[in-house]
Design a protein around this ligand. Structure first.
Ligand code: 5GP
Length: 197
């Protein structure tokens, strides 16, 4: 998605060879117009998948997910990273190791919002080693629902997440695929060359 890649080039900050900071439009300050375009792109890419629900994880997955939900006309559920006092009914849970925070959290979501009739699109802001997405997939499967695919705003293709998810038979659609963060620069996967291979 060119609009997103241009924005990453313009405003993304390379913190290390492994971490990209996009606090000015996705992870702290949010650009609603860009999120709306991202939601539309997800809706178009998954248009044939008969999706009934979107599942994401707090907090940075929520903005792109809500915009996708708006276009797809389906509800959005976000998994919580901490136990909430009001979220004490029947829970679906999975253990996720956070790449950026280097801590392990139990993520949870109330059973009442997913059923075995749902076809779910999982959305997240970043894909690194795939632990967050795999945790969400695990929760959706616990509910007996089907996974229709994984929608990622920024995939870091040099980490193992995308490959792990694809090996698990999941359809992964990433709107920007970062090939490397070397020398303080963002370079993207050349999708045209890849298609020819
Ligand atoms: P994974 O579970 O795939 O290893 O990592 C995905 C999660 O870690 C995302 O939900 C995102 O919050 C965070 N994350 C991973 N890599 C980056 C990064 O380079 N920049 C930012 N801002 N977040 C990241």
């Amino acid at each position: 998605m060119e609009l997103l890649k241009d924005r990453i080039k313009k405003d993304g900050k390379v913190l290390s060879e492994h971490v990209l900071k996009v606090d000015s439009f996705l992870n702290h300050q949010i650009d609603p117009e860009l999120m709306l375009a991202i939601g539309k792109e997800f809706a178009e890419r998954f248009a044939d998948e008969k999706i009934t629900k979107i599942v994401t994880i707090e907090s940075s997955g929520i903005a792109p997910s809500v915009m996708a939900g708006l276009y797809m006309k389906v509800p959005v559920i976000f998994a919580r990273k901490r136990k909430s006092l009001t979220l004490n009914d029947d829970l679906l849970t999975a253990t996720v190791h956070s790449f950026t925070k280097n801590e392990t959290n139990e993520i949870s979501l109330s059973k009442k919002y997913l059923s075995n009739e749902d076809r779910v699109l999982v959305i997240d802001d970043f894909l690194a080693n795939g632990q967050a997405a795999l945790g969400l997939v695990e929760i959706v499967e616990q509910a007996g629902a089907q996974i229709a695919g994984i929608g990622i705003v920024i995939e870091k293709s040099f980490q193992e997440g995308a490959q792990l998810l694809k090996e698990a038979g999941l359809r992964v659609e990433s709107l920007a695929r970062v090939a490397s963060l070397s020398n303080g620069e963002v370079s993207f996967v050349n999708e045209n060359v890849e298609e020819l291979v």
